[in-house]
Design a protein around this ligand. Structure first.
Ligand SMILES: Cc1cc2nc3c(=O)[nH]c(=O)nc-3n(C[C@H](O)[C@H](O)[C@H](O)COP(=O)(O)OP(=O)(O)OC[C@H]3O[C@@H](n4cnc5c(N)ncnc54)[C@H](O)[C@@H]3O)c2cc1C
Length: 409
């Protein structure tokens, strides 16, 4: 056990009302975790963490701890909060490969999970534990969704996702990679093939465009396309990134690590939408920021902007000044994503809202019977812990409704 983690567990005040736990979206039993570690029972702590959150290991790395558990630690009011994420990471990482989750005896009922991001993995684990026969259908050639193809390796080592694949398979979960539901196979085909319920955790993978001339040029990329496989894209020495959210920060940091010399992020607002931590890291890595710039066109030389005019409240009220041509070898547009339409277009009865997100009831059931959904495809772009929390609840509802169906037969 590292000295750091030992120091941290001893700093915990063991509050009667643990604010850290309330600050955690998935209500991680943090005081119990620390107590078990103090009592030298790390395996029990690990089991408890995995039971509560199958993605505990990943959440210990990628969550916004400063806003969640650690942001609520009372010690943080006067000094530094207990480093809860380091403690959780130590336990979950050490325990992960040893642990074999307890599974209920097989009940002979098959369920299909579309997508292997945080939402899909959570539902697969929760249903396998309850005795269901689970098959995950994943469009890409590796599992993990955005954790694999969005969050860069220097923030989340991909070796963790390999370990997850092994763990899922050891739980009897079947994973069909390179299989897009909505191509050769439809959701109705899954029901034909005796899956009794389908879960959709397909995320948001359609890049939002800006509708400006030049977006289809060869010197332009979209953020998630670039992050999916940075080695396939030669961005050159000077890169202009449109957007200042978290995805834009990951693009900037990746480009700088891959040899680009001058990376500038442009926003049409006065503040960045990225988390403070991600923004600070991007700046430390060498990214430059330009605020109040409206992209009006992209040509062979790079992006063209005009200055945004703001009122006293900081709202944009128009554009002013001349066109400003910025010279850049490539332009990356990273201004959020929306859901693809493939599943909706191939599944009669599946409804989406005006923004294209799946409509679900309070059980997580879509407008098609026994088809459930959670994660970004329902909420819009959020974060890992929200996808896990929502999917865990939806898995419990899937189980209950399947059992009700069986009891009625
Ligand atoms: C660049 C970037 C960085 C991020 N960084 C963080 C972070 O640091 N911390 C954090 O908490 N959150 C972060 N997020 C957000 C977080 O990753 C997402 O909220 C989360 O992954 C959503 O999980 P999901 O399971 O709903 O979808 P996804 O992770 O998008 O997974 C969906 C999966 O479904 C598959 N799929 C889609 N359609 C089909 C189909 N028809 N058939 C079969 N498979 C299909 C996709 O290939 C994908 O594997 C980041 C997001 C991005 C874009």
């Amino acid at each position: 056990m590292s000295g750091h983690v030992l120091d941290e567990i001893n700093r915990c005040l063991n509050c009667r009302k643990p604010a850290c736990r309330q600050g955690c979206p998935i209500n991680t039993p943090i005081p119990q975790m620390i107590r078990l570690l103090k009592e030298h029972r790390p395996n029990e702590a690990g089991e408890m963490l995995f039971d509560n959150n199958p993605l505990s290991l990943i959440c210990s790395i990628v969550c916004m701890h400063e806003k969640q558990c650690e942001g609520h630690c009372v010690l943080g009011r006067t000094g530094s909060a207990v480093q809860i994420s380091s403690i959780e990471n130590y336990i979950s990482d050490t325990f992960f490969d040893k642990m074999q989750p307890e599974l209920a005896p097989p009940n002979g009922i098959a369920v299909a999970v579309i997508g292997s991001g945080p939402a899909g993995i959570t539902v697969a684990v929760e249903m396998a534990r309850r005795g269901y026969s689970v098959t995950i259908f994943e469009a890409k050639d590796k599992i993990g969704g955005v954790m694999q193809y969005g969050i860069p390796d220097f923030r989340l080592p991909k070796s963790i996702l390999k370990r997850y694949k092994q763990k899922l398979e050891s739980m009897g979960i079947t994973i069909r990679l390179n299989t897009t539901i909505g191509n050769a196979l439809s959701i109705d085909n899954l029901f034909r093939d005796d899956y009794r319920a389908v879960f959709i955790g397909s995320g948001v993978w359609r890049a939002r465009t800006l509708g400006v001339k030049g977006e289809s040029r060869g010197n332009v990329r979209f953020g998630l396309d670039y992050l999916s496989n940075p080695g396939q894209h030669e961005l050159g020495e000077e890169v202009a990134i449109i957007g200042m959210g978290n995805t834009a920060m990951d693009v900037a940091r990746t480009a700088l690590r891959r040899g680009s010399k001058k990376v500038t992020l442009y926003s049409n607002m006065l503040v960045a939408t990225a988390a403070k931590r991600e923004l600070t890291y991007a700046q430390l890595d060498g990214a430059e920021l330009e605020f109040g710039k409206q992209l009006v066109e992209i040509n062979e030389k790079g992006p063209v902007f005009r200055d945004v005019v703001f009122n006293m409240q900081g709202d944009s009220v128009g554009l002013q000044g001349d066109l400003q041509q910025v010279e850049a070898d490539s332009v990356v547009i990273a201004v959020s994503q929306g859901p693809r339409r493939r599943l909706v277009d191939t599944t009669p009865g599946l409804q989406v809202d005006a923004s294209g997100f799946l409509v679900v009831d309070d059980q997580g059931q879509t407008t098609k019977e026994m088809v459930f959904a959670a994660g970004d495809v329902v909420t819009g772009p959020m974060n890992v812990v929200t996808a896990v929390t929502d999917s865990k609840r939806v898995a419990a509802n899937m189980d209950r409704m399947l059992q009700e169906q069986i009891n009625q037969q």
